[in-house]
Design a protein around this ligand. Structure first.
Ligand SMILES: Nc1ncnc2c1ncn2[C@@H]1O[C@H](COP(=O)(O)OP(=O)(O)OP(=O)(O)O)[C@@H](O)[C@H]1O
Ligand SMILES: [Mg+2]
Length: 345
């Protein structure tokens, strides 16, 4: 039995672009017909190249990007919200329940506020505490959970390193007691050793506080370490979703396979198997017909240029959007041999 905190069904986020005086009005589906479900308490990874729509999808689930079509349902023990149909009051309440951790801890923190005030601000804006004492107690509680030195609450953010700043950002996101958190590239700007620190903190928070995370990253090796589930995004669409172990053991989509083979390997026998992704990612305003990946896929056939593949369940809880997933083994290294077979077919 699954118990989702967020369920998106056929979600599309469309932006209007280039509507200047001289340019024709055009559209771009930053998120294109995405269905996905995140279980309560899950640490769910979302990966894909730059521009694939990860941030936009994350923001749509927080109602911070417009939902053009489809449905998003949020559920916890107290409420069930249809995000397209929130009253003003519900919207306010949803801000408390669903939060974003920003990518860049340097840009996100106001230099003129003390750490205490930065963490306390959401409580004050949302009116969640009544007295200064209550606010202070809540700030101290969450700062301790985020392993911040309580002495530091009186200081200003410039006094801190990147990792500490990221912990301040995390404390600020968690202070309202959210049940669902989107962490958008939350460790990308940090040194590797500090990344591990912050990741461990996020994992501990997920376990101790039972918060569900959508963890956005373009680094599959980071995702492999922390996420229990992964969704792979390409040009606004999900091409594969699976439990992390299954996705790494046997990718069911050639795009996932290419991303996996781009991870540097420590195994010398493994060298040279990298399956390079040819070409640039096409513009989401003008995606190729059929399967959006066909212009870069080493396996593409006629059908791929004509017909868009649906996301299908190919193994238990393992979904892939490729017409020929059953025919080929896209596992690391195996892909090249299969590609030869394909040319003969
Ligand atoms: N407000 C907007 N108006 C128009 N186009 C937008 C807007 N926001 C995003 N886009 C476009 O939508 C597409 C997806 O962008 P998005 O930022 O979601 O990608 P991403 O996967 O998060 O990329 P990155 O890894 O670089 O953060 C891109 O082509 C982007 O240019
Ligand atoms: Mg992004």
């Amino acid at each position: 039995m699954t118990d989702p905190v967020i369920t998106a069904t056929n979600l599309t986020v469309r932006y209007t672009i280039g509507h200047g005086l001289l340019t024709k009005k055009a559209y771009l589906n930053a998120v294109d017909d995405v269905s996905l479900s995140i279980d309560k308490g899950s640490f769910f990874g979302l990966v894909g190249e730059s521009g694939s729509g990860k941030t936009t999808l994350g923001r749509a689930l927080l109602r911070a990007a417009p939902i053009t079509a489809g449905e998003v349902i949020y559920r916890d023990d107290e409420v069930r919200y249809d995000l397209r149909a929130l009253s003003k009051q519900q919207m306010k309440d949803y801000r408390k329940r669903a939060q974003l951790i920003f990518q860049d801890p340097y840009a996100a923190l106001s230099p003129r506020m003390t750490v205490r005030d930065i963490i306390a601000e959401p409580l004050e804006v949302m009116g969640l505490t009544r007295t200064r004492e209550e606010t202070d107690a809540r700030v101290r509680e969450i700062a301790a959970k985020c392993r911040l030195n309580l002495e530091h609450l009186r200081r200003f953010p410039h006094a801190f390193s990147g990792g500490q700043r990221q912990r301040i950002s995390i404390a600020r996101a968690l202070v309202s007691g959210p049940r669902f958190v989107v962490a958008d590239e939350s460790v990308a700007a940090l040194d590797v050793s500090i990344q591990a620190d912050v990741l461990n903190l996020l994992k501990a928070i997920q376990r101790d506080m039972g918060i569900s995370f959508l963890f956005i990253s373009h680094d599959l090796s980071v995702v492999a370490h922390v996420c229990d589930h992964v969704a792979v995004m390409y040009l606004g669409q999900l091409v594969e979703t699976a439990p992390t172990r299954a996705l790494f053991a046997r990718p069911r989509h050639p795009y996932t396979s290419a991303l996996l083979s781009a991870i540097p390997s420590l195994d010398p026998d493994d060298a040279g198997n990298a399956q390079k992704l040819e070409g640039e990612i096409p513009s989401p305003a003008d995606p190729p017909p059929g399967c959006k990946f066909n212009s870069r896929c080493p396996f593409a056939r006629e059908r791929c240029r004509l017909e868009a593949p649906a996301l299908r369940e190919l193994a238990p809880d393992h979904f892939g959007a490729c017409h020929f997933s059953e025919e080929f083994d896209f596992s690391r290294g195996g892909a090249t041999g299969s590609a030869k077979g394909l040319q003969q077919a």
